[in-house]
Write a protein that binds this ligand. Structure first.
Ligand code: PEP
Ligand code: MG
Length: 893
């Protein structure tokens, strides 16, 4: 039969799935011989059974009996014994930390009789015993029986008023005894029965309440936001009580082995004398810095420091610790590998390498691309210590300041005048999109990390704080904690911490970006964070199998990406080169009636294109540059149908000459498509407009030859978009090869020809397509669009928030590759393409190329490179290194 209960001595830190984080680490500390109060853990699997089988878990009660008996033997006391009671705490503890989301009940085992026994244990301390009892009724009432907490607080408040005191500690034993009577009344009023006196019944009810708290609203919400699976369940830890509230020689505290904000080594933490853990959390009294414990209780302090060093040496990481001192005796109540900021993650990983505690490979697994991304955003300069007016969910990172506006239209109008604005809404909806685009940042009062505002802002890379629920948002002002902020007032929002400030907080550039750019102030070069980033990036590059290229279509972007470590260009989108002042030439091309007219337009475009390519080849000298032939529908280069129609009608009405506009209108009408994304684009365009691709191929080849003549080393790769059938590619290839042969002559320049795989049919016929392609580059944007049938331009703002809410997917498939569906197409194409042509070069150039999760997938599938926007190049480099280290690790296992 399955075992549901583990003594602390039976577990270890690797059993988090079963024992939860707290239980696994209590077991680990017990086995290290540290002073952990005795206890046992009821497994997450028991919780899952409890929640799915409707409360009865076969065999659980008997196992608890056995473990309780063992605990009683060890402690030499029995639960709730009137003469000398054993008391226990009943604590939640899931696999992933969910701070404050689930329940805990302390002092279980106290009743009208054992309260006297507890007093005797505490040397006749009646006050302490009655205080513990009233705490039990309060916690048990709230947690187990849903009694409104406010009623207990009211009763406590009344007791203090009656006595004329401000602080709980000023209530004496008699006051607390009366308070217990009052609490019991509150309890009975709400539950219809008396507070249970049977200690075992108290314990069983508390365990069940902790199980149920897994599904409390706030826990469900937290899990959804943090993407913690809903079916894990929580473990329950039953631990012999130790008391920090027995007098001045007792207390409770928290400690970190390094600073979780910066990663610096040292002693960080807080201590509260004569208190229980919940007093610290409730902020009832002020704590003192942990260092002060040295003066208060040197013996415990020294022991704590010794244990902290031992734990760090054991876990090889920053540990956070909760402890209690009971009459001069130190007890460890919890430890775990501590949460930390992004900067601390890098700094600590590098320090641990320096200290010889972990290997460089291990260090790479301790940091992430998402953390690096955070370090690359500008930050607020908080040296003036501004205090936030409120706080919400940091939904999309960055630091933004601007005037408050309350409507999308106002945001658009203000931005048009060059003013920076923050769009403030109770919550956003798709109609707010123009304002969201215009604003520097978005602030909402409602919604979490998957709300409409959060999803859209992240997609746009825009700073967003959402769910700042202390804010009352009106039509032209918002109120927060009594402060009124009007339209036009300036606020600053921090999309990483969720903090909101009144006024403009100065923004500081990221020193990590300056380091990548190579323009770091030399004074900062030895700064721990910069050295840590340098160390880990260098190792990531040497460990990685995937190369990282960039998507760039200007010389400036190419140069920046190269500084950021790109090993070439994976996608140069040529359509961007047809905009701006070249638009009239494109119009000429589209309106051409004869071959001569068309050739004229193409000949005018050709030298311009050659110059574009030359500049990019120069910047990427020696590295591969994939130039994609023109892709989007040509009508994107033309004026809007509505505007033109009006223009023509007005001209006619006035009797003015409108021949050019009329021809244009006819062309626009002719080319209008209901579904342009599925229309005349990509290779189809090249096949129907004679000379268009040929012009581009010639320009690419000529630019390469010119760079070679200058002594450079061009490595051009021509990529054909939107291919779905090998015949399309063969047709383009035949013509291109002729032109290339003609242009390169004996210059030694080599030009590869390959294709994008971005139409599902291409993925499914990749074996045939590889006959005509020297490389494949996965266009996962279109592959996702066509794989799911989701319009790239419309769906994210329109309904993805709902899909996220319903859990249809945990993250937008445009952001992170859908491994099961779109990813499967990639895998099929990679395998079948390589089966035809073993040396086939494989890359990805859709947005997913810079997404950390997706980079791991592309590593697994065996691609040669990922390509992403310049700013994401360092993130992809780091993740490529991590993917290699992690897969090597799992191969060894
Ligand atoms: C793609 O579809 O993934 C791609 C890179 O091409 P584009 O985004 O230009 O359509
Ligand atoms: Mg595409």
């Amino acid at each position: 039969m399955e075992k549901f209960v583990y003594d602390f001595a039976e577990g270890n830190k690797d059993l988090k799935d079963l024992l939860g984080g707290k239980g696994a680490n209590l077991a680990e500390m017990t086995n290290l011989g540290l002073p952990v109060p005795a206890g046992f853990t009821i497994t997450t699997s028991a919780c899952q059974r409890y929640l799915s089988d409707g409360s009865h878990v076969e065999g659980l009660a008997e196992e608890i009996d056995d473990h309780l008996a063992a605990l009683e033997r060890e402690m030499g006391r029995s639960l709730g014994d009137p003469a000398d009671p054993l008391l226990v705490s009943v604590r939640s503890g899931a696999k992933f930390s969910m701070p404050g989301m689930m329940e805990t009940v302390l002092n279980v085992g106290l009743n009208d009789e054992s309260v006297a026994g507890l007093s005797r244990q505490a040397g006749g301390n009646d006050r302490f015993a009655w205080d513990s009892y009233r705490r039990l009724i309060q916690m048990f009432g709230k947690t187990v029986c849903d009694v409104p907490g406010a009623e207990f607080e009211d009763a406590l408040h009344e007791a203090k008023v009656r006595k004329g005191v401000k602080d709980d500690v000023q209530l004496d034993a008699d006051d607390l005894k009366e308070l217990v009577t009052a609490y019991k009344k509150v309890f009975a009023k709400h539950t219809g029965h008396e507070f249970p006196q049977n200690p075992r019944e108290q314990m069983d009810l508390a365990i069940a309440a902790v199980f149920r708290s897994w599904n409390a609203d706030r826990a469900v919400l937290y899990r959804r936001q943090e993407r913690i699976p809903a079916d894990l369940g929580t473990a329950v830890n039953v631990v012999a009580m130790v008391f920090g509230n027995l007098g001045a020689d007792s207390g409770t505290g928290v400690a970190f082995t390094r600073d979780p904000a910066t990663g610096e080594s040292g002693i960080y933490g807080d201590y509260l004398q004569n208190a229980q853990g919940e007093d610290v959390v409730a902020g009832i009294r002020n704590t003192v810095p942990l260092q002060d414990l040295e003066k208060i209780d040197k013996k415990s302090y020294d022991e704590l420091l010794r244990i902290m060093a031992q734990l760090e040496g054991h876990y090889h990481d920053l540990c956070d610790i909760e402890f209690t001192i009971e009459r001069g005796k130190l007890w460890m109540l919890q430890t775990r590998v501590g949460k930390r900021t992004a900067a601390a993650a890098f700094t600590i990983a590098a320090q641990l390498v320096d200290e010889g505690m972990i290997s460089l490979d291990e260090a790479l697994t301790r940091v992430s691309g998402a953390q690096l991304a955070q370090l690359m955003f500008p930050r607020f300069d908080l040296s003036s210590d501004p205090s936030p007016i409120t706080r919400g969910v940091g939904a999309s990172p960055g630091a933004a300041a601007g005037e408050v506006v309350f409507t999308s239209a106002h945001a658009v109008a203000a931005a048009a005048e060059g003013r920076s604005v923050i769009l403030v809404r109770r919550e956003t909806n798709p109609d707010d999109l123009p304002g969201m685009i215009a604003a520097q940042g978005i602030l909402t009062a409602r919604g979490g990390k998957t709300s409409h505002a959060a999803v859209v802002a992240r997609g746009m890379g825009k700073t967003c704080v959402c769910g700042a629920d202390e804010m009352e948002v009106g039509r032209d002002q918002f109120t927060v904690n009594g402060q009124v902020v009007h339209e036009g007032d300036t606020v600053s929002i921090d999309g990483t911490t969720g903090r909101v400030y009144l006024g403009a907080v100065p923004v500081q550039p990221s020193e990590v970006v300056q380091y990548f750019e190579g323009d770091l102030d030399p004074a900062l070069a030895n700064e721990p964070l910069v050295s840590a980033v340098h160390l880990l990036m260098t190792h990531a590059d040497s460990a990685a199998r995937l190369a990282v290229r960039t998507n760039a279509d200007t010389g400036a972007d190419a140069a920046r990406a190269r500084r950021f470590g790109a090993r070439g260009i994976g996608l140069c989108r040529t359509e961007h080169m047809f905009l701006g002042d070249r638009r009239p030439l494109v119009e000429r091309l589209i309106l051409a009636r004869t071959e001569a007219e068309r050739n004229d337009a193409l000949s005018a475009l050709q030298p311009l294109q050659r110059a574009d390519f030359l500049q990019i080849f120069r910047e990427m000298n020696g590295l591969p540059v994939t130039v994609r032939l023109i892709d989007p529908p040509l009508h994107e280069f033309l004026p809007s149908l509505e505007d033109l129609a009006v223009q023509v009608a007005v001209a006619k009405e006035r009797g003015e000459e409108a021949e050019h506009d009329e021809r244009m209108l006819a062309a626009v009408r002719r080319m209008h498509e209901q579904n342009p994304m599925l229309g005349l684009r990509g290779v189809r365009l090249g096949l129907v407009i004679p000379g268009l691709f040929a012009m581009q191929v010639r320009a690419i080849a000529e630019a390469a030859v010119q760079l070679a003549a200058e002594g450079g080393r061009p490595r051009p790769e021509i990529m054909v978009p939107l291919v779905g059938a090998v015949q399309e590619l063969e047709t383009v290839r035949t013509e291109a090869e002729k032109i290339i042969a003609e242009v390169v002559g004996s210059s030694g320049v080599q030009v590869l020809i390959g294709t994008m795989i971005e139409v599902p049919r291409a993925a499914l016929t990749a074996g045939q397509i590889a006959e005509a392609a020297e490389f494949f580059s996965f266009g996962t944007n279109d592959l996702t669009q066509m794989g799911w049938g989701f319009s790239r331009d419309d769906v994210e703002g329109a309904f993805f928030w709902r899909y996220l809410e319903l859990g249809i997917f945990g993250i937008s498939p445009f952001e992170s590759i859908d491994r099961d569906g779109v990813g499967r197409l990639v895998r099929i194409a990679a395998d079948e393409g390589r089966a035809t042509r073993p040396g086939l070069k494989l890359g990805v150039c859709g947005e997913h190329g810079g997404d950390p999760e997706s980079v791991h997938f592309f590593h697994e599938v065996g691609l040669d490179y990922v390509s992403c926007s310049p700013f994401r190049v360092p993130i992809a480099r780091l993740e490529a290194g991590r993917a290699a280290v992690e897969s090597a690790g799992s191969d060894h296992r």
